[in-house]
Ligand binder design. Sequence first.
Ligand code: IPE
Ligand code: IPE
Ligand code: MG
Length: 240
Amino acid sequence: MAQDRLAPPRHVAIVMDGNGRWAKKRFLPRFFGHKAGVDALVKIVQACIDRDIEHLTVFAFSSENWKRPSDEVSGLMGLVLAAVSRYLAKMGAMGVRIRIVGDRDAVSDKLRNAWNEAESSTLHNTKLTLNVAFNYGGRWDIVQATRKAIAAGVPADELTEAKLSEFMAMAHAPDPDLFIRTGGEVRISNFLLWQVAYTEFVFSDCLWPEFGERELDAAIAAFHERDRRFGGVKETPAEA
Ligand code: IPE
Ligand code: IPE
Ligand code: MG
């Protein structure tokens, strides 16, 4: 297939949505959907490595998800802790570097410690960077970056787009090439607002726990069909 020869997107960002509906379809509590969502993520991490993708950024918990019932929120926190202890060694062996992006102040000490361990123990891995957006909001990111720039003493007339980018939570990565949202909703829900200025969007009706290699390949194929102009003009030979 022609697309096999095309360069993979360097950076894929995913809104992993639809866990609750996946569970509901099975008459299970929502928690089981989140649990299945963790397993789906582990498979997609391997699939991204196999496809030479450099950065995978996943929306795991938004700054608005605190609005959910407290038992769902605490279930999610417990699940993340369990996932770190269950999968950290495996991720390390796969060559994955883990980075957490988001506001860590509001999470428990236990979770903060787990994040720190996940980051420090995978620091030197280079196969793929898995950016886990947790207690993350795109608006929070812009505000925290601006605050940091001010605190660093950046003068107003030197606060350019490039300068502010240095303070954003994803400063270590190129902007996403491909944004995927599963679960059928067609919205950003306050994910990477600043970084998706020229990202290609693919929306899938597939519920996140059912999202696998086939669906990832379909999204990458759709990405390869896009004509990325970044505001410019692409001359075709006939027009040249
Ligand atoms: C996404 O799945 C996971 C998180 C927000 C943590 P949802 O829990 O939003 O699933 P739906 O959208 O209710 O199906
Ligand atoms: C976005 O999904 C957040 C995550 C997947 C973590 P939501 O389910 O919270 O988004 P809305 O409420 O449908 O916009
Ligand atoms: Mg949802």
